[in-house]
Ligand binder design. Structure first.
Ligand SMILES: [Zn+2]
Length: 467
């Protein structure tokens, strides 16, 4: 017996968790992500997993994003004490991401109790900073391209997925006494063909099964260069002297924006516009690019030289304290505020949106995927009002989306990646995509590759030895 159970990201983009169970009943959890977005999804974070925690011997992470790591402290709080594996860069990024999540959970519960807007009395955090520290104590690192043997019969190996710092695909190999081994490849979130500065993803290794993301299974990203797209918007912001408010993931997305703004300023195409990165996590993550110089195309030397550093410019400031953040409330344009979270589901961006959404001198620029029923999705879909901290706010700000900043491969890039697989797998399971996009991608894979494509539903179990 060797089964896979889809415990998240099955018909949605968050909550990535896949459990591989062996005949001993114990097994391996691939990713341990938080469900984010609509309330019914978020409520799933409060439910126990449909497996015994004692069955999980190891957790192996593809990358540090919260929808792949954010459930770990809950798992640890419930009694998990096994080992958690990731790359060295993922360990550093995860420690920021998961710590930030612990603080946010605590802050949001406090805020909801103070302003009395939660349905729960009192509102409780999903986990606390204490759970987070316990979780980080269970982390172990594993480099790419080096096989990690977890038991006599099961091992895994990382390859680069080109999505964020430290991100990987995972090839799991299960050996048997009485049959050929089974190899299953987890794509993780896979990056673009030409990332802004990250090293691009590697070709997939041969596998019997693939669990592949499908976030943009129905889309082709626009061909415009990200820097050009940003340039067009910043030009308008400068002309209208407005404030450009950018909700951005603190990991990579914030740095990509800085990288492109830096290039535009350095080339003299825009003046040094006052730019505030209001995310302590983004500031911390930015410092990691020097430590992990082999993950990207920027050199250590240029990162250390203030005049050459692609992740810095004279009018760029990182705000650390809450007071500094509040100080931005009266900021006059032209100026840029970059703050997290990217889908406007929490974090300091909520305070900026609450302050600026009703103002016509503000442009809100979304830069990545906006999951269903997030505030980000509502706004890009044209909502006339928005509820923030229990208060309804009219939307007078201009709402825009950057189309080409995604860290996720589009349909064509996913297909190009899959086509590099030396021969057809027995089955490919499409996950990490809403049902619309993954159904479209299923059709394209069937047509162009003739592969057997499965769209697993939440909690489905498939016996891989029976296929
Ligand atoms: Zn991701």
């Amino acid at each position: 017996m060797f089964t896979i159970q889809f415990l998240g990201a099955a018909g949605q983009v968050t909550g990535s968790k896949y459990f591989l169970r062996t005949a001993t009943h114990r097994g391996l959890l691939i990713d341990c992500g938080l469900f984010q977005g609509p309330r019914p999804l978020r409520e799933m974070n409060w439910r126990p997993l449909p497996i015994q925690l004692s069955d999980i011997a190891n957790v192996v992470l593809t990358h540090a994003h919260l929808d792949h790591t954010g459930f770990l402290p809950r798992l640890v709080n419930a009694g998990f004490a096994g080992q958690i594996w990731c790359t060295p860069a993922s360990l550093d990024v995860s420690s920021y991401v998961v710590r930030d999540s612990g603080h946010l959970q605590e802050e949001e519960a406090q805020h909801a109790n103070k302003h009395n807007y939660s349905r729960h009395k009192p509102a409780l955090p999903l986990y606390t900073s204490v759970d987070v520290e316990k979780t980080l104590g269970l982390f172990h690192v594993q480099e790419r391209h080096s096989k990690k043997i977890l038991s006599d019969s099961i091992s895994f190996e990382y390859s680069n997925a080109g999505h964020i710092l430290g991100s990987c695909s995972i090839l799991v190999e299960k050996r048997f006494d009485d049959r050929a081994p089974i190899k299953i490849l987890f794509s993780g979130d896979i990056g673009r063909a030409k990332p802004i500065y990250l090293k691009p993803k590697e070709a997939p290794p041969q596998a019997d099964f693939i669990v592949c993301e499908s976030t943009y299974g129905d889309k082709i990203h626009h061909a415009i260069e990200p820097t050009e797209e940003l340039y067009n918007i910043v030009k308008e912001v400068l002309a209208s002297k407005s404030v450009l408010l950018i909700p951005a993931f603190a990991v990579d997305r914030a740095q990509e924006l800085i990288f492109c703004l830096n290039a535009l300023i350095r080339e003299g195409r825009i003046p040094a516009i006052p730019t505030y990165v209001d995310s302590p996590m983004a500031a911390s993550v930015t410092a990691l690019y020097e430590k992990y110089a082999d993950e990207h195309t920027m050199s250590c030397e240029e990162l250390q030289e203030p005049d050459k550093n692609p992740l810095s410019f004279s009018s760029l400031k990182f705000t650390q304290t809450v007071e500094d953040s509040k100080g931005l409330n009266d900021l006059k344009g032209p100026a840029i505020i970059i703050s997290a979270s990217g889908m406007a589901t929490g974090g300091r961006i909520m305070h900026h949106l609450s302050n600026r959404l009703s103002r016509s001198d503000t442009t809100v620029l979304f830069t990545g995927y906006q999951a269903e029923e997030t505030l980000g999705r509502e706004l890009i879909d044209g909502a006339k009002t928005a509820v923030i901290f229990g208060e309804r706010i009219p939307v007078a700000a201009r709402i825009l989306t950057l189309t080409n900043f995604s860290a996720h491969a589009d349909q064509r890039e996913i297909m190009d990646w899959l086509k590099q697989m030396p021969s057809a797998p027995k089955k490919i399971f499409l996950t990490h995509g809403e049902d619309g996009p993954r159904t479209v991608l299923k059709g394209v894979i069937e047509k162009e590759l003739g592969w057997n494509v499965v769209l697993p539903k939440l909690n489905d179990i498939v016996d891989l030895t029976a296929l």
